[in-house]
Design a protein around this ligand. Structure first.
Ligand code: C2E
Ligand code: CA
Ligand code: CA
Length: 540
């Protein structure tokens, strides 16, 4: 019966001599029982002495209590689980080969903690390692001066690569990048892939400048083109660095600081490496606070419009004004769109803004009319989504009618990039506006795509020549040539031109020379509040 057991079975007497071994034990030990019977186990298997097995066998022999132990037994290359039982004349051991189970468990552990694609640690393992490293660095025994640095790497445009060449190429790039990361001399002691195109590296005993130098080596290995599925692709990245400071910081803090720095690098346009500092955090906190304040802004009536006059170059007459948004923030004072517009346009209030803007413009026109001044036309800026939102033309007509204002007094400014996202829809909205009598302007012309193929099809009344060209005037012959080109182009398409950002008389002269129709800029007037603009009109 014992011979037919699937477990190994051996009996050992009080002098540690084998007294019995079953068939399975022979197989496991790769030894015939006749070579072992009667011999001392510690002499046959000297590697066992002082092992975990040794301990439980001794314990069971001494105390009579059963024991259990699992370990890797190197001479046989096998994981054994052994259980020991006491009997009157020594001990009995039941043991089995658990190598398969063990390797499976180890594999599972590896898979749970590693990224299948690159073999680097995954996010979970990263947090574990980071927590450990932070605790270690914070312990009193750690040398001060040198510290722990976390590099947060975000690859640029991996999505585009995937879209253009397929995921197989993207995967190959990620694998290739991971390999190169580990091959950088004096590599990071820990590397993980924590998101689709996000990697974390940990550097120990480093300094700010050493960490930054390391970040640049990472950029260098990325810049060398990768061969993936027969294609040659090179990549770039943005890298945020956070160093563990003296103050107690958690692993999460460190990671979020590096993340913040990475975002700052990404949005800096041209500075791919950024080290976190408190100022950066204040900046980000500022934005978060502003986002929260936005919720109150409409209800608390904190938005207002300023108006910047537009003048015809032929006779210096007023042709209209552009309405520019301002936020009278209760603590921060008057804010221009640079401080908040992107937050507002990605908030749920984007639609509400368009509605508010239309009403506010009409209210001002009515108020000026009561004062006896007539403004020829007011231009409003609309974002892509505001322009393409449902029923814009109907809303405009409805509101204009409610205030008894001719639609011809309104002009809608849109930018090129807001048109190209859905050029068909944009074209039909612009056509509907034109049909309704509302005029339209193409803002920042020359700064965006400027594709002639769609310009020809767009029902636009006025091209607004971007500030950048006006600024370059006088110094650069090319800018002057470009402006002449734009004016000629507009004329042949039946459009008017207005130049923005005119600050100097010399720019105005050149624009006049180039045949530009009108101008807007600090030279004529800065944007004015409603009362000041009314006064401006009265004086004109
Ligand atoms: P924009 O449409 O290009 O507006 C012209 C900007 O140039 C205004 O900045 C104006 O104050 C500034 N400016 C005018 N003359 C000069 C000059 O001579 N020199 C210089 N350097 N700058 C001049 P502002 O008011 O800060 O507006 C910034 C941008 O915010 C606008 O650029 C527009 O795209 C956006 N924006 C403003 N109001 C609204 C709005 O009500 N709705 C939407 N969707 N966007 C708005
Ligand atoms: Ca504008
Ligand atoms: Ca503009």
């Amino acid at each position: 019966m014992i011979d037919s057991l699937s477990d190994g079975f051996m009996s050992i007497d009080r002098w540690w001599r084998f007294t019995y071994l079953n068939n399975t034990a022979e197989r496991y030990l790769r030894q015939e029982r006749k070579n072992l019977l009667g011999r001392n186990i510690w002499q046959c298997y000297p590697d066992l002495v002082d092992s975990g097995y040794y301990r439980i066998y001794q314990q069971t022999a001494a105390s009579g209590l059963p024991g259990r132990h699992t370990d890797y037994y190197a001479p046989l290359g096998t994981w054994f689980e052994a259980r020991s039982f006491h009997h009157d004349d020594g001990i009995t051991v039941l043991f089995r080969d658990v190598t398969r189970e063990h390797e499976h468990a180890a594999q599972l552990e590896f898979e749970a903690s590693h990224d299948y694609l690159t073999g680097l640690a995954n996010r979970r393992k990263c947090m574990e390692a980071l927590t450990l490293a932070v605790a270690e660095a914070a312990s009193p025994s750690s040398t001060d001066g040198a510290s722990l640095a976390l590099l947060f790497i975000d690859l640029d445009h991996l999505k585009e690569v995937n879209d253009a060449f397929g995921h197989a190429v993207g995967d190959e790039l990620l694998r290739g990048f991971a390999k190169r990361l580990l091959a950088i001399p004096e590599p990071a002691f820990f590397a993980a892939r924590v998101g689709g195109d996000e990697f974390v590296l940990l550097l120990r005993n480093t300094t700010e400048s050493a960490a930054e130098a390391f970040a640049h080596s990472v950029l260098n290995v990325l810049a060398v083109p990768f061969e993936a599925c027969g294609r040659s692709v090179s990549l770039s990245a943005s890298i945020g660095i956070a160093l563990l400071r003296k103050e107690p910081e958690s692993a999460e803090d460190l990671l979020s600081h590096a993340d913040t720095a990475m975002y700052a690098a990404k949005s800096s346009g041209g500075f791919p490496v950024r080290t976190y500092d408190g100022a950066l955090d204040r900046g980000m906190r500022d934005r978060v606070a502003l986002r929260i304040d936005l919720r109150e802004a409409f209800a608390a009536n904190q938005f207002e419009l300023h108006f910047q006059p537009q003048i015809a170059l032929a006779d210096a007459s007023l042709i209209g004004a552009e309405a520019l948004l301002r936020w009278r923030h209760p603590e921060r004072g008057l804010l221009t769109p640079a401080a908040f517009l992107d937050l507002l346009l990605e908030s749920p209030y984007e639609g509400a803004l368009a509605e508010w803007l239309l009403n506010a413009v009409c209210q001002h026109i009515v108020a000026w009319r009561r004062m006896g001044v007539t403004v020829p036309r007011i231009s409003l800026n609309l974002s892509a989504r505001q322009l393409l939102g449902v029923g814009l033309t109907d809303r405009i007509l409805h509101i204009a009618r409610a205030y008894d204002i001719s639609p011809a007094m309104l002009d809608i400014e849109v930018t090129e990039d807001s048109l190209v996202s859905d050029i068909e829809k944009a074209t039909s909205v612009l056509a509907a506006l034109k049909q309704a009598g509302v005029s339209t302007s193409l803002d920042d012309f020359g700064a965006g795509y400027s594709s002639l193929s769609y310009l020809v099809r767009l029902p636009i009344d006025t091209l607004k020549i971007d500030k950048a060209f006006v600024r370059a005037l006088v110094e650069s012959e090319k800018a002057s040539a470009v402006i002449r080109g734009i004016v000629g182009l507009a004329r042949s398409l039946g459009m008017k031109t207005i130049a923005e950002g005119v600050e100097h008389q010399s720019q105005l002269e050149e624009l006049k020379d180039a045949g530009c129709d009108s101008v807007q800029g600090y030279l004529i007037s800065r944007p004015l509040n409603s009362e000041a603009f009314a006064e401006f009109m009265l004086w004109l």
